[in-house]
Design a protein around this ligand. Structure first.
Ligand code: S3P
Length: 178
């Protein structure tokens, strides 16, 4: 980690349902930093929901938006950035994240992931899980098995509350960052 403000961001990566948005929001509140969710930013800029974008324009258009938004966001500093679960798939994005701040990967066991992504509030909102969500999670977890290995730190969220996760992360931060 270096002292340059533009590379002093906290970037949260991880599979769908690992709690990235919740943890980012809470962490930013605790630090008094701003938080940005790249999925929300894409929807705001494009004027379309991610579900609509996938259906009307396809995944590649979404991935291009994701890369653009990530690049813009990481040019700022002192942000907690929640990324979408697939933002790690492009090497250029991974490079940008590694040089743009501290990259934290949230994980969870498969049962927790399935229960979170099929909860009443979340069901139907993720185009990549359309159909049998359990089957889709299993297949995507397999195909992304090493996709998150590049992160600087990893936290298993299966049996931790968002507040416990934030406490852990704050403890790991260099004093000068908080
Ligand atoms: C995706 C994850 C979603 C969203 C999009 C694609 C993925 O974000 O970016 O539906 O490829 O894993 P969450 O991880 O916040 O659900």
């Amino acid at each position: 980690m270096n002292g340059k403000d533009t590379s002093r961001n906290i970037i949260i990566v991880g599979f769908m349902g690992t709690g990235k948005s919740t943890v980012s929001r809470l962490l930013s509140e605790r630090l008094g930093w701003e938080s940005i969710d790249t999925d929300e930013e894409i929807e705001r800029r494009a004027g379309l929901s991610i579900k609509e974008m996938f259906a009307e324009q396809g995944e590649t258009v979404f991935r291009d938006w994701e890369s653009r938004v990530l690049k813009d966001v990481l040019e700022q500093g002192k942000l907690v950035v929640a990324t979408g679960g697939g933002a790690v798939l492009r090497e250029s994005n991974r490079r940008r994240m590694l040089s743009g701040g501290w990259v934290v990967c949230l994980t969870a066991d498969k049962a927790s992931l399935i229960s979170r992504v099929t909860s009443a509030a979340a069901a139907g909102s993720r185009p990549l899980l359309a159909g049998d969500a359990e089957e889709r999670v299993t297949a995507l977890l397999e195909s992304r098995r090493h996709a998150y290995d590049f992160a600087h730190a990893t936290v298993d969220t299966s049996d931790r509350t968002p507040s416990e996760i934030v406490d852990l992360l704050i403890n790991w931060l260099p004093r000068s960052w908080s």
